[in-house]
Design a protein around this ligand. Structure first.
Ligand code: ADP
Ligand code: MG
Length: 317
């Protein structure tokens, strides 16, 4: 099968008529309409075999991940998914692999109502997948990293560290456990966009571990935080859950801040949407993160696995 046959067989079927797509796959470029009074959010991520996912990862999970990581960025910006492009660098053309890959990709794309409008297909010694996603947001309503203010409450959208746990299970040889799912099929938090749009002050998605990504948000906003370790949602059966929650990657939960005055409406909205947010701390003046226990004791003085690692980021500045 040559490049053009691969495109015609595997990718063209994913390009359906969608919002604002005048010309999708098949010409030299896509032609898109329908922006009107909204702002366009663009994000791109490349995932490489052996670096961002294990080389023996199922093809469907690779397709899912390539899109999911980009949808997570759109969610963190408060943008509704609209269009995406797919650039695929493949060592060889294997029909069964491509079929499973596009199925994993398209299943998520259909759920997210995002439309494939173009891409590129090349041969390469290493499998790598680049998705560029375009999202739309009402003018002036994007969620940014740089807008947190002292007094805001800090929330996460769900349990942390489950993807790191799944990866460890995968590396340990497990292939069937339900607990591989958060790693193999991370779920972008698109349901949160509508819930947060009116009330949120600041947001980021957690792709590189909560400690690091919260750090990015705080730095961009030029503020600090106090985080209550006991309130970080995680798998309490896992003895190293806190470590994974703080430093494990690939969770794709959202971390966001809310002004005090918006807490009640946020609670009502999350409940109505069938979602649950977890308040884990608050934004304070200054810089850096102070990790504390529920009783107010500082975690940097607590000896135990994990704390030595994260004593470092907290003592910066
Ligand atoms: P060009 O040579 O003009 O760059 P290509 O031959 O690379 O065009 O691609 C032909 C059409 O197929 C274009 O519309 C392109 O966007 C689309 N396409 C190529 N590869 C992919 C892919 N992996 N996924 C989606 N669309 C693709
Ligand atoms: Mg080309």
């Amino acid at each position: 099968m040559n490049e053009f046959e691969v495109i015609a067989r595997f990718f063209r079927p994913l390009s359906r008529d969608g919002t604002g797509v005048r010309i999708g796959i098949g010409d030299d470029g896509a032609v898109l309409n329908g922006i009107r009074d909204r702002e366009l959010v663009v994000t791109t991520d490349t995932i490489v075999s052996g670096i961002h996912f294990p080389a023996d990862c199922p093809a469907g999970a690779v397709g899912h991940r390539a899109l999911a990581v980009n949808l997570s960025d759109l969610a963190a910006m408060g943008a509704d998914p609209a269009w995406y492009t797919l650039s695929l660098a493949l060592p060889k053309v294997q029909t069964h692999w491509l079929r499973a890959f596009t199925r994993g990709l398209d299943r998520l794309a259909q759920r997210a109502s995002i439309h494939l409008v173009g891409g590129d297909t090349v041969r390469s010694p290493v499998l790598s997948v680049t998705v560029t996603a375009f999202g739309l947001v009402p003018r002036g309503q994007v969620f940014l990293r740089s807008t947190a203010r002292p007094g805001d409450r800090i929330f996460v959208s769900g349990p942390l560290g489950l993807a790191a746990q799944g990866l460890a299970r995968w590396q340990g040889g497990q292939r069937r456990s339900r607990r591989l799912r958060p790693f193999l099929y991370p779920e972008p938090k698109l349901d949160w966009i509508r819930v947060l749009r009116r009330d949120v002050r600041c947001a980021i998605d957690i792709s590189d571990g909560f400690a690091q990504d919260l750090g990015h948000l705080l730095e961009a906003s030029r503020v600090g935080a106090v985080v209550d370790l006991d309130r970080i949602p995680r798998d309490r059966r896992d003895p190293i859950a806190l470590d994974r929650a703080l430093f494990g990657g690939d969770d794709y939960e959202l971390c966001f801040t809310i002004p005090d005055t918006r807490l009640a409406t946020l609670r009502a909205r999350t409940r109505r949407a069938g979602l649950e947010g977890f308040e884990v701390g608050r934004v304070v003046p200054g810089r850096g993160i102070r990790w504390q226990r529920a009783d107010g004791s500082s975690a940097s003085r607590i000896k135990g696995r994990g704390f030595d690692h994260f004593a470092k980021p907290t003592t910066r500045r």
